[in-house]
Design a binder for this molecule. Structure first.
Ligand code: ADE
Ligand code: ZN
Length: 335
């Protein structure tokens, strides 16, 4: 069996709204009596022709209109969990974008109850453990992020950490310094997107590390432009959640060579899927990109070891995952 099929997998960069496949979008549109601007699944897929982050985000937010009730969010998450489990994912931390829903009149409670219900079923029925990370939309005001943070507090035990996503241009991490400080006080763990090849990518990475104090960075491969910041990542054991197939859509390639270089330099890089329904690849397909770029089986194992290491999984989940990886390493001819 192929090494990728046999690997236990840990997913750390997955926007649950980015797993909304066209088939489910049509089903939810019908359930909620919402008109879609496409007649067929094929037409919808053909319209996914983004060439940068901004153009992707337009379709991504537009697609979410079909999500209205807790059962809709349940169905969205459950569909992803079934796919993930089938690919050997044992632990997943999933992002959700509450403001993309509350901003169009869907209450926070409706969103999180649907997701939570699916998480509990995934654990019971699929043996898949998951965590929720609440992302703030960085192209909205910091005050709105703060209000959302306060709105999340009754559900504090259901959310492990916070993130920052959406359009990065002109929206540096420091815009949200106060929100991050408050989130830290509330016990949330911290991550943030520094998307590939953005304006001021390196400065944004610097702010995340030095000003905000994140525990990891989503994407972040532009750190290679600053040897000093690369050293800081390794010294502080701060990992990057990279997404090769997504990179191909929002920049000029998968960045597999850069990810490999970071791995060689001892940075805790990990491989993830980002928005698989839009970019066309779940975690196994993203790992296949790395294998096709020349990574050995042993390096693919290291990527999973990195992922569980920098994850926010409970200790028992980490040790179970590591035991599975060790068993694989022992039975496997490293090449
Ligand atoms: N929201 C969903 N996917 C995203 C990405 N790759 N970058 C920024 N925001 C996002
Ligand atoms: Zn992302």
């Amino acid at each position: 069996m192929d090494i990728i099929d046999r690997l236990p997998k840990c997913e750390l960069h997955l926007h649950i709204e980015g797993t909304l496949e066209p088939e489910l979008k049509f089903a939810l549109a019908e359930r909620n009596k919402i008109d879609l601007p496409f007649g067929t699944v094929e037409e919808m897929r053909a319209a996914y022709n983004f060439n940068d982050l901004t153009s992707f985000l337009v379709g991504y937010y537009e697609g979410m209109r079909v999500l209205r009730t807790s059962p809709d969010f349940y169905d969205l998450a459950w569909a992803y969990f079934e796919k993930a489990a089938a690919q050997g994912v044992r632990y997943a931390e999933i992002f959700f974008d509450p403001q993309a829903h509350t901003g169009r009149g869907v209450p926070f409670d409706v969103v999180i109850r649907g997701l939570r219900h699916a998480q509990l079923d995934a654990e019971a029925r699929l043996g898949l453990r998951t965590g929720l990370i609440m992302c703030f939309l960085r192209d909205y005001q910091a005050e709105y992020a703060m209000a959302t943070l306060l709105e999340s507090l009754p559900y504090r035990e259901w959310i492990i950490g916070i993130g920052l996503d959406s359009d990065e241009r002109g929206n540096p991490p420091n815009k949200f310094a106060e929100v991050y400080a408050r989130a830290r006080d509330e016990g949330y763990l911290l991550t943030a997107h520094c998307d590939v090849d953005q304006e001021n990518s390196v400065e944004h990475i610097r702010q995340c590390l030095r000003d905000i104090g994140v525990a990891r960075i989503d994407h972040g491969t532009n750190v290679l432009e600053s040897p000093e910041l690369v050293a800081e990542l390794t010294d502080r054991n701060i990992g990057l959640t990279c997404c090769p197939i997504s990179n191909r859509w929002v920049s000029d390639g998968t960045k597999a060579a850069q990810i490999k270089e970071l791995l060689d330099r001892g940075v805790k890089v990990t491989i993830n899927s980002d928005d698989p329904a839009y970019f066309g690849g779940y975690v196994a397909e993203n790992l296949a990109v790395m294998r096709d770029a020349g990574l050995t089986a042993q390096e693919l194992i290291t990527l999973q070891r990195n992922a569980i290491d920098i994850s926010w999984a409970p200790p028992a989940v980490k040790s179970d995952f590591l035991a599975r990886l060790d068993a694989l390493g022992g039975s496997h001819n490293a090449s």
